[in-house]
Design a protein around this ligand. Sequence first.
Ligand SMILES: Nc1nc2c(ncn2[C@@H]2O[C@H](COP(=O)(O)OP(=O)(O)O)[C@@H](O)[C@H]2O)c(=O)[nH]1
Ligand SMILES: [Mg+2]
Length: 221
Amino acid sequence: MAQVDFNERQLTLKLVYFGPPLSGKTTNLRALHDKVDALNRGRMMTLETRDDRTLFFDLLPVFFRSNGLSFRIKVYTVPGQPMHEGTRRVVLQGADAVVFVAHSSPDHQDANRESWAGLGRNLAELGVRVPIVVQYNKRDLPDRVDLDTADRFGEPGRTLHPATAVTGEGVLPTFFAVLGAAWDALDPMFKLSERFGVARDDFMRTVCVHVGGTERDILVA
Ligand SMILES: Nc1nc2c(ncn2[C@@H]2O[C@H](COP(=O)(O)OP(=O)(O)O)[C@@H](O)[C@H]2O)c(=O)[nH]1
Ligand SMILES: [Mg+2]
């Protein structure tokens, strides 16, 4: 759950990138980090095993002040391997919104579904409901699944965000989609716009400038 401190004028958000093994969760965070880091901001923390798979989690803190407001956006990934169920639940705890990073390879569609079921199970166990944004990553694969017929995970009208995280393509639009979803879920609860005096659009633009994005990146959000 977001931490909102109206006295200190500080907003802390937690976003989690969830998904099957090797779908590109860490690569999404790296791409995001590269953008932020180009402006000398933020340090990504990552713990990896020798086989290049995330052992615990990655964390990219996007912290900054703007117009007398302090923003703290903590972006996490979970490890995808089945044995790390406990770690996934811990990382999901307190999440404000989730990106589900699905793999675009036809061979990984069962893994996508298994991971999606695991996400539902973890959220149910934690007793939380959070917005979920779905990204199909690795759109550069020649045999990628068609997004018109790809699994929409129970919501026929769900927007699917395409990405090629290795080149950075689609990474920011997905990030702003999940950021906007978090704001939309929290605003009615905390009256963020009213009490911080910041409209949703201002919030999105402020973060966009900070992470080195452009207006186009926030269009879909
Ligand atoms: N072709 C392709 N490979 C990718 C893409 N994104 C990530 N990868 C590769 O897929 C592998 C797994 O990525 P990683 O981010 O570690 O996956 P994670 O297990 O979900 O964190 C790595 O070798 C990445 O370089 C992409 O968009 N296209
Ligand atoms: Mg990883």
